[in-house]
Write a protein that binds this ligand. Sequence first.
Ligand code: SAH
Length: 237
Amino acid sequence: MAWRSSGESLAELVGNLCANRMITDDRVKQAFLSVDRAHYATRSPYKDAPQSIGHGVTISAPHMHALAVQHLMPYVVPDAAEGRGGPRILDIGSGSGYLTHLLAELAGPQGEVVGVEHISELCETGRANMAKSEGGRAHLESGQVKFVVGDGRKGAPSPLADGGFDAIHVGASAAKLHTELLDQLRSPGRIFIPMDDEGDHGAGNQSVWTIDKAADGTVTKKRLFGVRYVPLTDAPR
Ligand code: SAH
C-alpha cells in the first residue's frame, strides 16, 4: 500500500488518499491540503512512502499520517473539548513536525498541540519546518504549538502535561503501553499507538492500537492493523 496514493503535487496526493479511502472525513482532507509536506520532507514529499529525515529516522508515509488522524477523530477537533477551550493533543516522536502541524490545523485556534521529540536537533527541525509557512508560524507565535525535547515514553514533561490530553499520537513503536501515557489521557480520550507485538522478541512485528478512556475512566484497547515504525527508544548518544 506504500506507493498507491503517491502524487506529483499535494493536491494529487490528497486526491489519491481520498480515492483510496485513507481519508474519509472532509475536515481531514482540508487539513491535509493546508499543510505542504514539501516543508517537512525535502525529497519526494508527495510520494506515499516514508522518507529519511536524518538521524536514522523517517517522516511517516502520507497514508499512515492519514490513518492516524482519521483514527484520532473526533478527539482532535474543537468539539472534542467543548466547554474546556479546545482539544489538547500530544504528538510523541514529532520528528519532521508534519503531523504536529496537521493536528494543530484540526484542533482550531483554541486547541493546543505539544510535540515531544528526544533528538534535540530534530525537535529544532520540526519547529523550523513549521516556521516555513505563514500558518505554521502563527501556531508557533500564538503558543498553540510547542515542541519540547523529552522522552516520550514518559508523556509530556510538566507543566505541559497539566490538564491532560484529549488525544495522544505516538509516532514510534513502543515496547508496551507506558502507564504515563494513560495517566496523561483525559476521560474521554484516545491514544493512537504502534506497539511491538507481544512475544515478538525484537523481530520487528508491530501493530497499531487505539486505547480509549471513556468518560467514566474505563479503558478499552483495540488492535487496528500491522505496521512498521521506527522504535520508541532511548535517545541516541
Ligand atoms: N511523526 C513523525 C515520526 C517520525 S519517526 C513524522 O512523521 O515526521 C519517529 C520519531 O520518534 C523520530 O523522530 C524519533 O527520534 C522519535 N522517538 C523515538 N523514540 C523516542 C522517545 N523515547 N521519545 C521521543 N521521541 C522518540
